[in-house]
Design a protein around this ligand. Sequence first.
Ligand code: C2O
Ligand code: CU
Ligand code: CU
Length: 479
Amino acid sequence: MHKLSLTFLVLVLIFINGCSVREVIVTGTNPLFIPALIDSAEHENIELVLQKGKHEFYEGVASETMGVNGNYLGPTVKLHKGQTTRITFKNNIDETTTIHGHGLHVSGDIDGGPQLAIEPNEEWTIDLPVVQEAGTSWYHPHLMGKTGKHVYAGLAGIYLIEDDNAKSLGLPQSYGVDDIPLVVQDRSFTDKKMNPYLVSHAQMMDGFRGDTLVVNGTVSPYHIVPKGWVRLRLLNASNARFYRFYLSEQKKFYKIATEGGFLNAPILMTELTMGPGERNEIMIDLANIDNVHVMAEFLAVDFEDWSFFASNTATSVVELRTDSSLVASGVLPNNLNDIAYFTQSEKDQAVTRTFRLEMDEDAMTYDMHSMFSINGKSMDMQRIDERINKGQLELWSITAEDMPHPFHMHGVSFLIQTHNGNSPQEADKGWKDTVVVTNELTEVLMRFNHIADEKTPYMYHCHILEHEDGGMMGQFTVE
Ligand code: C2O
Ligand code: CU
Ligand code: CU
């Protein structure tokens, strides 16, 4: 589009909106890339090769990236509850890394945390037993101090977990057609080339944020979908950016799933806020619609005001254009799940732990790693911070300093008990593994059912990757 007409369009939009959010709705120009689907049911051994690559975010301009079986991001791996999948990760990136299964209920020795380094030209094979219900998890590197760099370069992909319930619900499940993964990231560019990952002091504090949205590696995407129900699997795989998602013209949608499974029933919504690491599935009825934009408002960090950061601009994540010659395969059922909420007598038995996420800007001068901590301690791979009994109900009370932080823990899904001082919204009453916490109390409940010993403990941490790399992380065992 001509620069002048783009400016004009923006001005018109500001005028139309007349509100504080500047909306930039640009017609999608690039077909949305859909990551390849590898169905574990059809493979004895899935090979995932971490490699360096060159990716053209903009046509004709190559950026240095990393990917899995490709130049940027990795394939979607479909896992089936009740089956064990063998996966071999091959490290061809010339740097040590690890691959963590974020959201997976697996033991510490196959969780892929910082202890499970894969050296260059080495490989790591795991037998992954899938015991959890259907949901959208993901994989990404987790090497101490290098997670931000490796994820930014493009190492990440989706684990799409299926079970009998999910298959019986009648939801859209034609991958890439009406069941669409949206890996949302922000990247920064100079002359259409992705900037290298160099983090200044200020960027350590705020987290590394780019100005351009990249969805499945595509800038300014559109996708042709059937005229009917469309299911989107949103993954915020950004290093640090929080988004408020909504649909153009404030169209309504239904949220059907959180990270670790379906909600009991669809929840009608107009907007959805997601921190780094979070996933949500939504359904949109496009039966009578020619096109709709999924929009994202970039949320800015406001260190002064806890009212969840001032918003500035909103841009199109993806334009969905309908085509009646495509067949929509699914419907929206009334009931999706039957979550076994913990009873009061179970809660009375819970072991309580308290976590405070801390930032100290001045600490940077002597030791970068003490800039970020939890309960006064910066991450130390030689120290086990918490020891948990397998099967024990745990109530974790979490608060944060200075800004909202997405708190995540390994090996489990939890249920929110209190969210930032309030009881959780209906739409958040599903199984989760990442939750945005503030200075107001957040409490989550869960049981760890898998072993993580001292050699390969689990992690809990902030999912702003610069905070995690800087030490806002702790280790725990389950035995
Ligand atoms: Cu998504 Cu400990 O990670
Ligand atoms: Cu994780
Ligand atoms: Cu943080």
